[in-house]
Design a protein around this ligand. Structure first.
Ligand SMILES: Cc1cn([C@H]2C[C@H](O)[C@@H](COP(=O)(O)O)O2)c(=O)[nH]c1=O
Length: 223
C-alpha cells in the first residue's frame, strides 16, 4: 500500500494555525478521506519534556540561551516519539495527516537565532536530520499563514489577558519574534511554502475566508 500524505500548517504565534488545521481536517474527513490531525509540540506526551524545560526557561530565560541545534533536537525527538506511537502506521497505510507545526517550525523559530548567512546551512541540517536520519516523513505541502506584525502583536497581547508570566521564552522576547518573522518569510519564499495572507486593512480576515484558501491549496495537493 502506498504511503500517505502530510500537509503542514505553519505560521508565527497567534496566526490561527490550530483553528485552520482543525477545520481542514474535519472538512477532509467529511469528504470521505482518512484523516488524522497532529500538533507539535506534543505537550500531552512525555516526549515533550525537554521542550517544556526549554520553553519555561530552565535552560536560560532567553531563546538564545539554547543554541538552535540543541533546541531543534528537543523538538525533533518529540516528533519522532509521536510518529512512532501515534501517527506513523496511519500515515504508512495511506492516511492523510494534517500537522499544526512540524520541522518547519524549527526552520522558523530556531533558524532565527543565527545570522542570515548561516540560515541555508541550518535548514539543510534540520531537514536532513529529521527527514533522512530520523526517518520522519517530509511534508507534501506547507501552508504558511502570514499575519501582519501589528495585528499579530495585538493578538498575542490578548491571548493571556495581559498576564506576561504565562508567556513562554519565545513569546516574551519581542526582538526574537521579529527575527523569527524574517526567517519565516525567507523560508516561505525559498522553500516552496504556499503563503496565505490572513490580514487585510490592519485586521484578520474571517476564519471562513482563510479556510477557503487553505482548503483550495489542500485539494490541489491531494488531487
Ligand atoms: C513544533 C516546534 C515549535 N517551536 C516553537 C514555536 C513556539 O514559539 C513554541 C511553542 O509552540 P506553540 O506556541 O505552538 O505551543 O515552540 C520550535 O521552535 N520548533 C518546533 O519544532
Amino acid at each position: 500500500m502506498s504511503k500517505g500524505r502530510l500537509l503542514v500548517i505553519e505560521g508565527l504565534d497567534g496566526s490561527g494555525k490550530a483553528t485552520q488545521a482543525k477545520l481542514l481536517a474535519s472538512y477532509l474527513a467529511e469528504s470521505g478521506r482518512k484523516v488524522m490531525e497532529i500538533t507539535f509540540p506534543d505537550y500531552e506526551s512525555d516526549s515533550s519534556a525537554l521542550v517544556k524545560m526549554y520553553l519555561s526557561g530552565q535552560f536560560g530565560d532567553k531563546p538564545d540561551d539554547v543554541n538552535p541545534y540543541a533546541a531543534s533536537s528537543f523538538y525533533a525527538v518529540d516528533r519522532y516519539a509521536s510518529y512512532k506511537t501515534r501517527w506513523g502506521s496511519f500515515y504508512e497505510a495511506g492516511g492523510i495527516v494534517i500537522a499544526d507545526r512540524y520541522t518547519t517550525s524549527n526552520a522558523v523559530h530556531q533558524c532565527s537565532k543565527l545570522p542570515p548567512e548561516q540560515w541555508n546551512d541550518f535548514l539543510r541540517w534540520a531537514f536532513d536530520y529529521e527527514y533522512r536520519l530520523l526517518g520522519l516523513p517530509a511534508p507534501d505541502a506547507v501552508v504558511y499563514l502570514q499575519v501582519d506584525p501589528a495585528v499579530s502583536q495585538k493578538l498575542m497581547t490578548g491571548r493571556y489577558h495581559g498576564d506576561e508570566s504565562r508567556k513562554d521564552v519565545h513569546e516574551k522576547d519581542i526582538e526574537y519574534l521579529a527575527r523569527s518573522r524574517r526567517a519565516a518569510e525567507y523560508c516561505a519564499e525559498h522553500l516552496g511554502w504556499a503563503t496565505v495572507h490572513c490580514t487585510e486593512n490592519g485586521a484578520m480576515r474571517t476564519i471562513e475566508d482563510i479556510q477557503a484558501e487553505v482548503r483550495a491549496l489542500a485539494e490541489k495537493e491531494l488531487g
